[in-house]
Design a binder for this molecule. Sequence first.
Ligand code: GDP
Length: 297
Amino acid sequence: MFENLSDRLGGVFDRLTKQGALSEDDVAAAMREVRVALLEADVSLPVARSFVKSVTQKATGSAVTKSVTPGQQVVKIVHDELIKVLQGDGQPEALRIDNPPAPILMVGLQGSGKTTTTAKLAKRLKDREKKRVLMASLDTNRPAAMEQLAILGQQIGVDTLPIVPGQTATQIASRAKQQASLGGYDVYMLDTAGRLHIDQVLMDEVQAVRDIAQPRETLLVVDGLTGQDAVNVATEFDGKVGISGVVLTRMDGDGRGGAALSMRAVTGKPIRFVGLGEKMDALEGFDAQRIAGRILG
Ligand code: GDP
C-alpha cells in the first residue's frame, strides 16, 4: 500500500550513485521524498514542512553527502529527528497521581473513545500501580454513557460512583470528590460529557468541572485516525481548559501515526498513552520509537 521511506530514498539515491558526491539538488530531491512520506503518514503540512527544514540542514553535512549509503544516512537522520520531536525534552512523564485522592479529568469529543479509555486507564492503575480507583461519568445528557462506564467498571473490578438521576455534571464531580476522600481512594477519574463538535456549552461545563476537581491530570482523548482534526481538537481544548497530556486512540487501525507527530509538534503536550483496540487491556504507554517506525513505514 505505502512505499516506505527507505525504498523511496533508495530510488532517489540509486539514480545518483554514479555521479559521485551529492549536490544540493540531490538533497532537495531526497527531502521531497521525505515530505511525501510524512504527508502519506498523515503528518500535517505545516509540521511536515518545518520538519523537513530541520532535517535538511543535518542531511547536507559531508558525512551524508560523501557517504556510500546516503539513503540510509538520511533515513537515520529522519528517524532521530522524529524521536526528538515525539519525545520532547525527555522521557515520558509518569502521571501525577500521588497525594490521594488524585483527580484525573478525561476530556474529548463524543466517539473519541473517552469512556473506554477511562476504564482502560483505571484498570491499568489498579493492576500495575495497585491504586484504588473510583470512576464517575459526568455525561448527564446520555444515560447510556453513564451505564456504559458502570458496566465497564464491573468488568474490570473498579468502583464507579452510583448514578443519581437529575444531577448536573458539577454536582456529580463534587460527589465524586467527596466519595473519593471518604472512601479512601487513591485516584478518582471524571469522564466528562463529549459532544460531536466543540461548542461553548461543552467547554463551559468542562471548565466548571475542572474548577471543582482541580485535576492533577487532564487527559484529552482523541481519535488517532483523524489526523489534523485531532490536532485542532487538542489546540482548542488546551486553550480552553488546559490539558496535561493526550491519549491517541485507534492506533490499532490503518493509520500511520502521523497525528502523533503533528500533535506533539503543534501542542507541545506529551502523548501519554495509545489505544490499541477495544479490549480493556489495549492501552499502552506512549513509545516514540514505535511511532517513528510506523511513520517511516
Ligand atoms: P466516547 O463517546 O468518546 O466515550 O467513546 P467510547 O469509549 O464509547 O468508544 C467508542 C467506540 O470506539 C467503542 O466501540 C470503543 O470500543 C471503540 N474504541 C475506543 N478506543 C479504541 C481503540 O483504541 N481502538 C479501537 N479499535 N477501538 C476503540
